[in-house]
Design a protein around this ligand. Structure first.
Ligand code: F6R
Ligand code: ZN
Length: 188
């Protein structure tokens, strides 16, 4: 039996910091520039190269008996009319699920099956979103404050970004007439 010491982490929602910090990953616009539709707007925004989101990974062994867990923070903003979002991924072990608990802000969680079937659910304070096995997932901040959520998934699930990096997702979330709107991705 592997011994592993129980412990706590603490998220400060005002300072948006996890302690202990674990592994902090910061993604700026240049890490995902090709993922946005409006490349003119990308070019303009790259002058500032804003942080789009960051996430704190609690350090857990990548083994099936453990549960990985993270705090993600997607900043508010848009590139053209497309809201700031995460890159999105499938899990390497495809039949693993995940739970997102929204702690602050407003968002949309876009999910997609390998056959391209899509589903979008709302994220708001207190929402518990279930991402079933096989579904890719991307988070979009549609509000004007940071979107903060807690995620839990199987210890060895891993991440596969490749397909979404190459093809994007079948639907995108854009602002139209001041409202977040789900659109078919014209580039998909
Ligand atoms: C883990 C998970 C989240 C994301 C995080 C960043 O499986 O779904 O913790 O990893 O929100 O998004 P990505 O990984 O798509 O850059
Ligand atoms: Zn995931």
């Amino acid at each position: 039996m592997n011994y592993f010491e129980p412990f706590n982490s603490y998220i400060d929602l005002e300072k948006m910091k996890l302690s202990p910090e674990g592994e902090l990953i910061i993604r700026k616009l240049n890490d995902m520039a090709e993922m946005y539709q409006n490349q003119e707007a990308v070019k303009e925004s790259l002058k500032e190269n804003p942080v789009i989101y960051k996430f704190y990974n609690v350090q857990i062994p990548e083994e099936s008996g453990h549960l990985q867990h993270c705090i993600s923070i997607v900043y508010p903003g848009k590139i053209g009319n497309e809201y700031y979002m995460t890159k999105g991924h499938f899990h390497k072990i495809k039949d693993t699920s995940e739970i997102y608990l929204t702690l602050k802000g407003r968002g949309k969680l876009v999910m997609q099956m390998p056959d391209q079937k899509s589903k979008v659910v709302e994220m708001k304070e207190g929402s518990i979103s279930y991402i079933p096995p096989y579904w890719a997932h991307r988070t979009i901040n549609i509000g004007d404050e940071p979107l903060i959520f807690f995620s839990v998934y199987r210890g060895d699930a891993g991440h596969n970004y490749g397909i979404i990096e190459k093809k994007g997702m079948a639907v995108i979330i854009v602002e139209e007439e001041g409202k977040p709107t789900i659109k078919k991705n014209p580039a998909y």
